[in-house]
Write a protein of this length. Structure first.
Length: 97
């Protein structure tokens, strides 16, 4: 499964980010510019995914990893963000509320 660290994501500010956490988690703080498409409903929102390469993030990387596996199997150019939003915050990177 394709993966990157939060540090690699930070170095690629033009990479679209899909956050698959639930809305209440997303509202608590997210990677700037991330779009919320919860794992629980992502099948209903495939038409909202970016056309090119994009990163998928969740709290720590588990849910996003499962989503990336499913999306890659369908031909999407998706990459999991290892460590997720928790690691992004721990690294001291900016967070949108």
């Amino acid at each position: 499964m394709p993966a990157m660290t939060v540090h690699q994501l930070r170095e690629r500010p033009d990479t679209p980010v899909v956050d698959v956490r639930e809305p209440w988690e997303f509202e608590g703080g997210r990677v700037p510019g991330a779009v919320n498409l919860p794992m629980s409903t992502i099948g209903e929102h495939l038409d909202e995914l970016p056309d090119g390469p994009f990163a998928v993030i969740c709290k720590v990387g588990g849910r996003s990893g499962r989503v990336v596996e499913a999306l890659v199997a369908r031909g999407y150019d998706a990459t999991n963000v290892d460590g997720g939003t928790d690691e992004w915050i721990a690294a001291g990177y900016p967070v949108e509320q």
